[in-house]
Ligand binder design. Structure first.
Ligand SMILES: NC(=O)c1ccc[n+]([C@@H]2O[C@H](COP(=O)([O-])OP(=O)(O)OC[C@H]3O[C@@H](n4cnc5c(N)ncnc54)[C@H](OP(=O)(O)O)[C@@H]3O)[C@@H](O)[C@H]2O)c1
Length: 219
């Protein structure tokens, strides 16, 4: 099981929840110290540090997971960044960073695990989008576009994978008490554990018929 963004926040809660269900989880993010803390405290089996927007890092992640823990039957695309700024003041480099991490990162990770899932006719990809995807919010165009894109990506992926017995689902949380939310004016409506329970439902418990869904979690 791979959880990107597993070093803190929602991703950490997902990794801990999956581990508590007896699964061998690899956590992936850029900050090695946070990943090591999750592994050392029993929240995951393996830590791999890297950047989801870099193809070579993603390849290294999947290779390490397969070598140490076996085939990857679950990918949770949780890694994300919040970029804020009104359109006329937004640096194009920041716009690109947001799309690269939140959207292209999920594509690269899915692309790396899909061949094995297809071959085994088994697997799920759960991507953490946001209720922001469908809401207009001043100063959040890059973030909202990346998350709306992630929902669209998930729906296409679900249709591509349907004949292969593999599912793709998006989970779109509202305001969740994490480091990311502290960069916004919004009050938390729920804890990372509450969102993680929905992600884990989508990953392990939901019927295959849920494929292509976007589960909104308002708190
Ligand atoms: N908190 C909310 O209210 C909320 C609401 C809706 C959706 N979400 C989504 O939920 C997901 C988790 O967010 P969170 O609230 O838990 O935020 P968070 O605490 O800031 O966690 C984000 C995680 O993503 C990792 N990450 C960021 N950029 C990365 C990159 N380039 N490569 C690999 N890992 C990267 C971070 O680690 P490093 O920085 O060490 O790489 C961290 O582990 C995000 O996709 C976010 O957009 C959050």
């Amino acid at each position: 099981m791979l959880v990107t963004g597993g070093g803190r926040g929602i991703g950490e809660a997902v990794a801990r929840g999956l581990t508590a269900r007896g699964l061998a989880v690899t956590v992936f993010a850029r900050t090695a110290a946070e990943l090591d803390r999750v592994v050392a405290s029993g929240g995951a089996a393996l830590a791999v540090a890297g950047d989801v927007s870099r193809e070579a890092d993603v390849a290294r992640l999947v290779e390490a997971h397969q070598a140490r823990l076996g085939p990857c039957d679950l990918l949770v695309n949780d890694a994300g960044v919040l970029v804020r700024g009104e359109v006329d003041a937004l640096d194009p480099a920041r716009w690109r960073e947001c799309l690269e991490v939140n959207l292209t990162g999920a594509f690269l990770c899915a692309r790396a695990v899909v061949p094995g899932m297809k071959a085994r006719r088994r697997g799920r990809i759960v991507s953490v989008a946001s209720i922001s995807a469908t809401l207009g919010t001043p100063g959040a165009s890059a973030y909202n576009a990346s998350k709306w894109g992630l929902v669209g990506f998930t729906k296409c992926l679900a249709e591509e994978l349907r004949p292969h017995g593999v599912q793709a689902v998006a989970v779109s949380p509202g305001s969740t008490a994490t480091a990311m939310l502290q960069q916004t004016p919004f009050a938390p409506a729920m804890t990372p554990d509450e969102v993680a329970r929905v992600v884990i439902f989508a990953a392990l418990d939901a019927p295959a018929a849920l494929t292509g869904a976007n589960l909104e979690v308002f708190g």
